[in-house]
Design a protein around this ligand. Sequence first.
Ligand code: GLP
Length: 241
Amino acid sequence: MEIVILPSADVVGKVGADIFERTVRENAHPVLGLATGSSPLPVYTELIRRHREEGLSFAAAEAFCLDEYIGLPVGHPESYHQFIRRVFTSHLDIADTAVHSPDGAADDIPAAGRAYDESIKAAGGVDLQILGIGTNGHLAFNEPGSSLASRTRIVTLTEQTRSDNARFFDSIDDVPRYALTQGLGTVMEARHLLIVATGAGKAAAVAAAAEGPVTASCPGSIAQMHPHVTLLVDEDAAADL
Ligand code: GLP
């Protein structure tokens, strides 16, 4: 794992955008794995700037989101399908139909999970997967205890995650209890993992993921088993390394 400690979230955004830009330029059909949450926002903001000001094109790209809430009405502003469009992809030249999310509104959720894994494979697999990390060490919505070999499936969100994400909703009661998430086994098939974390609240999770034992108690620690991981952290998130 390559660990890069940077002075601020802005610089994390710029270095992360460099890695995305290289992937986009070097692949005829770049397959990008996208994450929601606040951590990737500086990277997305910088990529939007490069698209607008420097002509960086995503027209040949396809994108797969990590996860989706279950139980939100289609079109809900906090669904990850809507979120990723609002903060990132609608500002680029990527085709809307090339931006995929797990179908959290499907009648048959297990089948939707299997279909999602198949669609990633059919696209050739993910070239670059950006990931945030939860304060409890979760990756995507793989909470502590998730099988390290898990595939895209329904999961129950912990109270910690629901309270962390309550800031996006009117109240914690509105935060869904379930999600459809890529599994850790699915995430690990991406060819390059780019993990971004900023702020003191992530210091313990970052240290456990990067330097602790590889254990389902800290899903982020599975990244230690991946051959190509870049971890970008600001100084606050690096405090316990
Ligand atoms: C969310 C998402 C994750 C994200 C994490 C951290 O619940 N499902 O993909 O990485 O929690 O979020 P944030 O970056 O806002 O701290």
